[in-house]
Write a protein that binds this ligand. Structure first.
Ligand code: GTP
Length: 352
């Protein structure tokens, strides 16, 4: 069987999700208490993709420290660094030495359960040089729109069209399958993008470029709000993933070394990581994720929240619709609603 390789795009300006990414790129933000990239790698591995190249520009050492050589996850990771971001296609050109066969390229900030095996079969059936996954959105005006014919061959790309001018709601979903010869068209060491550069160029040469439509779950983790939704969607089982086989009772999942007072009240879905302590009379109303070594002091109440590690919620404090990052303490009896809280700032989570 041919070895399958994937390039993951995790660099560029989009790797920041302020204020959550001061000390880490968004690709390692915790999703159900595991770095996002761990979910991503497990997803690829399901399809036999074990050679994975990460193209990095922002805080590369943080990612390398988390993921290492990949052996912990049963894959082989290679890191390709860019001193200055080279753009989506430029980043893949930079990894050319590792790309001898048909390969996948994936935006590193998308969570989907799209079937990559089926997409590969579609690519081969059509003898495509490039296949672009497509997802349907109600408002395509913030995205790269892709027009196809009845055979699903791409006719045109339109970048961020005004709503009234969009001719289709199918947009580029950020997963591609490419034949290695298309790399010839990407200039080396130059900032170059797929959407505005390589794909329109391939169409111009008459090369077969196909769109693979997918109607299942697709989320681009482009804002703290989307990051929050991803955690909530996974907890509510709107989508699942290979690392999300959470076992527990009635939707309450907690690590064996979490300490939960018998007089705490919890409503599912709730996930609590190791070392966390939940005090007397605490009320937790899911969806809620609580990271490692958190403390919810007596009488605190939290609802609809994602807490990272080492967070303390003071006695009697009330939290609703919040993301709280590492090492934050919320004082006793405080009320925090609809906020992203980090040690240095507090900003609204959802725009009203
Ligand atoms: P907009 O479309 O501009 O709103 O931002 P986006 O981040 O959703 O899309 P973009 O096409 O810029 O990025 C898609 C994916 O490619 C994201 O996972 C980015 O992290 C990644 N990316 C973007 N530019 C670069 C780059 O220069 N180098 C690398 N390695 N990755 C990049």
């Amino acid at each position: 069987m041919q070895k399958l390789t994937a390039v993951i795009l995790v660099g560029g300006p989009g790797t920041r999700l302020q204020p959550l990414t001061d000390d880490r790129p968004k690709s390692v933000l915790p999703v159900l208490n595991k770095p996002f990239m761990e979910h991503f790698i497990a997803y690829l591995r399901q399809y036999g993709i074990e050679d994975i190249i990460l193209t990095l520009s922002y805080l590369p050492d943080v990612i390398r420290e988390y993921l290492g050589d990949g052996s912990r996850y049963g894959v082989h990771l290679t890191y390709c660094l860019e001193e200055e971001p080279l753009g989506t296609a430029g980043a893949v050109k930079n990894a050319e030495a590792y790309l001898g066969n048909t390969f996948f390229v994936l935006n590193g900030d998308v969570f989907t359960d799209m079937d990559l095996g089926d997409m590969l079969a579609f690519h081969r059936e059509n003898k495509a040089k490039a296949t672009i996954s497509l997802t349907w959105v109600d408002d395509p005006s913030a995205f790269g729109v892709v027009e196809t014919d009845s055979e699903k061959r791409v006719k045109q790309f339109i970048e961020k069209p005004p709503l009234a001018e969009a001719t289709t709601n199918w947009i580029n979903a950020g997963t591609y399958i490419l034949e290695p010869e298309v790399l010839e068209y990407i200039p080396a060491n130059t900032h170059y993008m797929f959407e505005r550069g390589l794909f329109p160029h391939l169409l111009g040469t008459g090369a077969p470029v196909y769109g693979y439509p997918y109607r299942g779950y697709w989320l681009d983790m482009g804002t703290p709000e989307k990051y929050f939704s991803l955690n909530v969607d996974l907890l509510l089982s709107k989508v699942t993933g290979p690392l999300v086989s959470i076992s527990g009772q009635n939707g309450i999942y907690y690590s064996q070394d979490a300490v939960i007072h018998p007089a705490a009240v919890m409503a599912a879905p709730v996930m609590i990581d190791g070392g966390s302590r939940i005090g007397q009379g605490v009320r937790i109303k899911g969806p809620v994720v609580i990271g490692r070594d958190c403390r919810l002091e007596d009488g605190a109440s939290i609802e609809n929240a994602v807490l990272w590690d080492n967070v303390t919620i003071g006695a009697g404090a009330r939290l609703n619709q919040c993301i709280v990052s590492n090492n934050v303490t919320i004082g006793s009896n405080r009320e925090v609603v609809n906020c992203v809280v980090t040690p240095s700032q507090t900003v609204p989570l959802l725009r009203q």
